[in-house]
Design a protein around this ligand. Structure first.
Ligand code: AMP
Length: 434
């Protein structure tokens, strides 16, 4: 019998790798929640038009990569190749923009499908985590999503992530730039690749994305967007850069960065990281501002900004750099009262840690044996165990045990938050200025 295998470009996730996915995804979600984003789950299936109109007919995704088919009822459907257009459809249809304070801040996680050539870091079914901040035009929203993405990557242990940033300007800037590019490329297009020839007709900005080495010298000599920006777009971009500088988020302007999806305007960015093994998986995350996507899909004229990480690429980079074991703990501490009579005291300790310290803690009220409680702490991926016996309760203290090093100390309850702050500070020291 012929062996049944997974579909080309898909991959199975199980065992330790599955644990890694879970950890990475839960860290991403919890940081997005700290930034006041709320989860949404749009369907995997959408009408084809959501992506054709949303992502744009000149994008490679729509032209070549969509899994589109007619269902048994003859509907033209597409397995989502990205989330943003579907989320805009969801926000419009459910009038979320009218029933919520703006910006509407949403995060998502799930599989997406693109018929691409499978290679290192490139699958046909892969997972994305991302956020959208919709309905408010301040450049500070662009800054917020960049800081959020950067915080997620540094919390995962990825230092020195390279942020490439550019602006595509407003519509007037882009029209002026498109005309200049068309004029410039007209002289060379006859000798460029077939993709560039169709990009020249559909959207000459896309040519800047061409990876064919023979085309690069011509592309490198093309006019740059900077000279075609309207005053407003220039000021907007400067405001984004200034804010990133004062928040000490490093970036690099890349005037060739145009992104593959047609809906982008103004700020666009990508996150790159070369792993310790030298593997370059391409961008591990990317995003930008979109001025008229919502209007394009029949909704109100509201802008938005968002980013998306490829989970497979993030996990690959973490694995290459041996960082998978270090990623943030799901629980800061698991509190273990050794007797039922100590439950109330344990509850009080939990409230102090959660409310005054902002620590994520859980309490074991099951009154099981200590060994069992330690097992649960490990299963819950806690960094510390807090053990409470009668002596500790009497002395208004607790035993704080680091589950990795097995070191333990007794701490007075009034010093507990400060002690944890201090321990976290030493295990994750602030990066020194270089
Ligand atoms: P995009 O939606 O094209 O802006 O891509 C956002 C992120 O998704 C990229 O930065 C990658 O990390 C990831 N990604 C895009 N295409 C693929 C793919 N074919 N396989 C795996 N990850 C991908």
């Amino acid at each position: 019998m012929e062996e049944i295998k997974n579909v080309k470009g898909t991959h199975d996730v199980f065992g330790d790798e599955n644990n890694a996915y879970e950890k990475v995804e839960s860290l991403m979600k919890s940081i997005a929640e700290i930034y006041a984003y709320k989860g949404v789950r749009p369907p995997v299936l959408e009408y084809n038009s959501v992506f054709v109109r949303g992502v744009g007919e000149s994008s490679d995704v729509v032209r070549k990569e969509m899994y589109t088919f007619a269902d048994k009822g003859g509907r033209d459907l597409t397995l989502r190749p990205e989330f943003t257009a579907g989320i805009m459809r969801l926000a419009i249809q459910n009038k979320l923009y009218a029933t919520n304070e703006l910006p509407l801040k949403l995060y998502y996680l799930g599989p997406v499908f693109r018929y691409e050539r499978p290679q290192l870091g490139r699958y046909r079914q892969f997972n994305q985590f991302g956020v959208e901040s919709i309905g408010h035009n301040s450049p500070m929203n662009d800054v917020e999503v960049i800081v959020l993405a950067y915080t997620i990557l540094s919390s995962l242990g990825l230092e020195n992530v390279k942020i490439k940033i550019n602006t595509l300007g407003d519509e007037a800037s882009r029209n002026a730039y498109r005309t200049a590019l068309k004029e410039y490329f007209a002289k060379y297009i006859g000798n460029m690749c077939v993709d560039c020839k169709s990009r020249f007709e559909l959207n000459p900005l896309r040519i800047l994305d061409c990876k064919v080495p023979e085309d690069r010298p011509v592309i490198d000599g093309a006019p740059k967007i900077g000279a075609y920006l309207s005053k407003e777009s220039k000021e907007r971009f400067d405001a984004v850069l200034e804010a990133l500088e004062s928040l000490q988020i490093p970036y690099e302007i890349d005037q060739g960065l145009v992104r593959g999806l047609d809906y982008y305007s103004e700020t666009v960015f990508e996150f790159h990281y070369k792993s310790a093994k030298g593997n370059d998986y391409g961008a591990i995350g990317a995003g930008g501002h979109y001025g008229s996507l919502m209007k394009e899909l029949g909704g109100p004229d509201l802008p938005g900004v968002g980013f998306s990480f490829g989970i497979e690429r993030v996990v690959s980079v973490l694995s290459d750099n041996n960082l998978l074991n270090d990623i943030a703990y799901e629980l800061d501490a698991y509190i273990m009262p050794l007797d039922k009579s100590l439950d109330l005291y344990a509850q009080e300790v939990a409230v102090i840690l959660r409310n005054s310290g902002g620590y994520k803690v859980d309490v074991c009220f099951d009154n099981v044996k200590l060994g069992n409680m330690f097992k649960r702490a490990t299963n819950k991926n806690a960094k510390y165990a807090i053990i409470i016996g009668e002596d500790e309760a009497k002395a208004e203290s607790v035993v704080l045990k680091d589950l990795a090093s097995q070191e333990q100390i007794t701490v007075k309850i009034e010093d507990l938050v400060d002690k944890l702050d201090e321990l976290y500070e030493t295990s994750y020291p602030e990066e020194e200025d270089k």
